[in-house]
Design a protein around this ligand. Structure first.
Ligand code: NDP
Length: 397
């Protein structure tokens, strides 16, 4: 039914490959391409399906991408490389007539800045080419937007308050490690916080605002207000929202390490000269930190990510909490990866499945909440990320 090209063979790419291979009725031809071909071959070996093709590609190079696209002729590309590659991959898609999906918005290398403007600027070109681009189809962004769309469709006439809550209550038994690419993760967490209230964006100092929130099956965890990219698209697509915020849990040990990393200059993203060569301290740090792909084996506990929503239905105010809990060990047993890679990779596969089944086909550049959430929600239950709903309880927020 469809040819899929996965770009990136990291933690998320591995999960996408496993899940795509499990849905062989839809994904009939599969290729994994990344900077290091050996990593793609390793994924194929772990899956045990030698029909999956692999290739080496530098996704910063449009010509190389176009050559690969023209030889494999995918229907859709699942971009799970790094946010730096979003625009080059989108350019190559336009040149080769290929549809596009990613899980993180474009970031310029020299500035940790998160906004959709760079990718939304491709709207007309994708529309004219008759190609669909699906932006931000991991868990958050991704399922967080689909939960919101589902709530708006089935439970509210008008959403007024949205809080996306992301808890990782797992323990990987390392002093310090990030759950996805360390460079991208540390750039994100060390930024100012930002939330939306009554038509304005309010900026806070990094991790300045925090409060205890109670997560299902986990209990209370200190949760920190951060900016997260889906807030930008969700307040645009749901203009009734008066306040939108994003919260993520961090342990004290993690925060202490993070502070030291920053204080000693290792979170810097500018080049410094060391023994005659130029290095970016944060990129060097990535090379010595634990690889998120290797964390799965000893990872205990679970994640809990969801949306806490307030709004009106039939003139009455209601609250709604929709969430998924994912066990790191269950994810590991299925894919060899931990829960954060799993909760990102499964929705990316489902997004591509939606496209190939014709459910989510809309030429132009689309955020996930612009599509019909129902068939996606059905797949979440089937593909390993079941969701749960709580109605009219105190949201704590
Ligand atoms: P990893 O660093 O583990 O993997 C990234 C992969 O991309 C690696 O295989 C890497 O190759 C490859 N890559 C990097 N640069 C290039 C390039 N120029 N050309 C070709 N391949 C390249 O990252 P993760 O798997 O942890 O994360 C992948 C993506 O998922 C990131 O964009 C991240 O932001 C996103 N994400 C989204 C989430 C969500 O919920 N929406 C949550 C978590 C992550 P090599 O190993 O050789 O360097």
């Amino acid at each position: 039914m469809g040819r899929v090209l996965i770009i990136g063979a990291g933690g998320v790419g591995t999960v996408v490959a496993f899940k795509v291979a499990q849905n062989a009725d839809v994904f009939t031809d599969i290729m994994i391409a990344s900077r290091t071909k050996e990593k793609c071959d390793k994924v194929v070996k772990a899956i045990g399906n030698d029909k999956i093709k692999t290739a080496k590609v530098d996704a910063d190079n449009v010509d190389e991408l176009v050559k690969l696209f023209n030889s494999f002729k995918p229907d859709i590309v699942i971009n799970v490389a790094l946010p730096y590659q979003d625009l080059t991959i989108m350019d190559a898609c336009l040149k080769s007539g290929v549809n596009y999906l990613d899980t993180a918005n474009y970031e310029p290398r020299d500035k940790a800045h998160f906004e959709y403007s760079w990718q939304w600027a491709y709207q007309d070109r994708f529309k004219e080419a008759g190609l669909t681009a699906i932006l931000g189809c991991g868990f958050d962004p991704g399922v967080s937007g689909i939960y919101t769309a589902y709530a708006a469709k089935h439970h509210f006439d008008k959403i007024t308050h949205l809080d996306i809550v992301d808890c990782n209550a797992g323990n990987h038994h390392k002093a310090f490690a990030t759950n996805f690419n360390p460079e991208i993760n540390i750039r994100e967490i060390t930024q100012n916080g930002r939330y939306y209230e009554k038509g304005e964006w309010i900026t806070t100092k990094p991790l300045e605002i925090h409060k205890d929130l109670t997560y299902p099956n986990i209990g209370q965890r200190d949760s920190y207000l951060m900016f997260h990219e889906e807030l930008e698209s969700l307040v645009k697509h749901y203009p009734s929202i008066e306040r939108a915020r994003f919260w993520m849990t961090f342990g004290q040990e993690y925060l202490t390490h993070l502070r030291v990393i920053q204080d000693i200059g290792m979170a810097r993203i500018d080049e410094v000269e060391y023994k005659g060569i130029k290095i970016v301290p944060l990129q060097f740090l990535k090379a010595v930190l634990p690889n998120p792909q290797e964390l799965g084996k000893n990872y205990e506990g679970e994640t809990s990510i969801g949306c806490r929503i307030k709004g009106f239905k039939g003139g009455k105010e209601h609250t709604y909490y929709i969430y998924n809990n994912c066990h790191h060990h269950t994810a590991y047993l299925e894919t060899g990866m931990q829960g954060v890679s799993y909760t990102t990779g499964v929705p990316a596969m489902i997004g591509a499945l939606m496209f190939l089944k014709g459910e989510w086909k809309r030429p132009g550049v689309n955020n996930v909440e612009e599509f019909n959430p129902d068939p996606f929600m059905e797949q979440l239950n089937k593909q390993g990320l079941p969701w749960h709903e709580i109605f009219d309880q105190d949201l704590e927020l």
